[in-house]
Design a protein around this ligand. Structure first.
Ligand code: ZN
Length: 65
């Protein structure tokens, strides 16, 4: 059974494929069917369809505070 990946605004997403700047961590800025993520390494933002993003997530780092 495939694992359902849950994340919400403010969470840090570690992706399987690193950004060209070398960072693998991105902060989720906005949810919905298209997710806006911001690269932790260089601050670049991008919008990715949720389905595509879920497949490329390695792990979710919850930001509770
Ligand atoms: Zn980057």
């Amino acid at each position: 059974m495939p694992e359902i990946i849950r994340f919400s605004t403010g969470d840090i997403l570690e992706l399987k494929k690193p950004h060209p700047c070398g960072s693998k961590q991105f902060r989720c800025e906005r949810g919905g069917s298209d997710i806006r993520i911001v690269c932790i390494g260089c601050g670049r933002d991008m919008t990715i369809p949720r389905i595509k993003l879920e497949k490329s997530i390695k792990k979710v780092i919850k930001e509770d505070s």
